[in-house]
Design a protein around this ligand. Structure first.
Ligand code: HEC
Ligand code: HEC
Length: 260
């Protein structure tokens, strides 16, 4: 090693590098997670802005006063802010192509416009409101209880871990691994298209949050790290053992061979 190389090489360098990497990963994690926007309280301005957006983008199908158009689109009076936040927030509305099922698209409006549209529709008649951040916080829910409730009420369409599944006549229950917590709650409240409504008597608000905790757990991937296509903890654990044990045995043999 010449003098320059010795100066460049520091014993603490690898440790520092790992620390920097960890810090960077943590930062990325924070940014990627973000926090769900709280349901803002609607003002008269929001309602007025929402009405303008509605007239320009929705009235052609739903009617100028959201009263609905026969054979084209249903009335939105009384569907509530939750239905609008769900339909527009997941990009289903404004609807474009007609088919067996309204398609999800990239949302066409930003969060502020969506809350304005929601405020306008909510002003037309009483309906389910957008859940608060606390109501959908997976940290406050119990994933084990949520799993039970999900398996009895949702799994027949969405699959036991929310992977989605085909229904009849070209319809399908989508996978729930990238759906936001708020949209999961709202889907239960409003029951989009062929999905039934799960009101608070069917599934209590607390159990709705437990379901969210369960789905959130699925979204985070398995606790073991790599997901391996979600074939299940036992099968994935088995692979973990196989690969890890294989490595340990291989390195033991290698070390043994070098020593002798
Ligand atoms: C091309 C026509 C069309 C346009 C444009 C459109 N919609 Fe719809 N909308 C529909 C139809 C059709 C349905 C019913 C879908 C179903 O349930 O099969 C619907 C359903 C909905 C629902 C669900 C109602 C319920 O009972 O839960 C909401 C909320 C909604 N639309 C909001 C909007 C908003 C807000 C806009 C404007 C940003 C919009 N729509 C634009 C055709 C349209
Ligand atoms: C009868 C079948 C059926 C059952 C039971 C059912 N769903 Fe659905 N679900 C659907 C269908 C179909 C859609 C798609 C509707 C659409 O695109 O408008 C859907 C959509 C959703 C969405 C929206 C997903 C997205 O990506 O936007 C969520 C979230 C959801 N369901 C959660 C649930 C939960 C939680 C339960 C149980 C409490 C449940 N569903 C029970 C059929 C079902």
């Amino acid at each position: 090693m010449n003098a320059l190389a010795r100066r460049r090489y520091s014993k603490s360098a690898p440790v520092l590098l790992v620390l920097i990497l960890l810090a960077a990963l943590t930062a990325i994690g924070f940014v990627a997670n973000g926090s769900p926007a709280d349901a803002a309280t609607a003002t008269a301005d929001d309602v007025a802005e929402g009405q303008k957006l509605f007239a320009a983008n929705c009235a052609s199908c739903h009617g100028l006063d959201a009263q609905g158009t026969d054979g084209v689109a249903p009335s939105l009076i009384g569907v509530g802010a939750a239905a609008v936040d769900f339909q527009v927030g997941t990009g289903r509305m404004p609807m474009q192509a007609s088919g067996p099922q309204v398609q999800e698209k990239k949302p066409q409006f930003d969060a502020e416009q969506i809350s304005q549209l929601a405020a306008y529709v909510a002003s037309l008649g009483e309906g389910p409101a957008i859940p608060t951040a606390e109501m959908v916080d997976p940290a406050l829910g119990d994933a084990a209880v949520g799993m039970e409730i999900f398996r009895t009420n949702c799994a027949m369409c969405h699959g036991s871990i929310g992977g989605g599944g085909a229904l009849t006549q070209g319809k399908f229950a989508p996978n729930l691994w990238s759906t936001s917590n708020t949209h999961i709650y709202e889907a239960m409240l409003v029951g989009p298209q062929s999905m039934p409504v799960f009101n608070d008597a069917n599934i209590t608000p607390e159990n709705k949050r437990n379901i969210i905790a369960y789905l959130d757990f699925q979204q985070q991937g398995s606790p073991g790290g790599l997901k391996l296509g979600s074939i299940g903890p036992v099968a994935e654990g088995f692979w973990g053992w196989l690969v890890a044990l294989g490595l340990i045995i291989a390195s033991t043999i290698y070390v043994g061979a070098r020593a002798s």
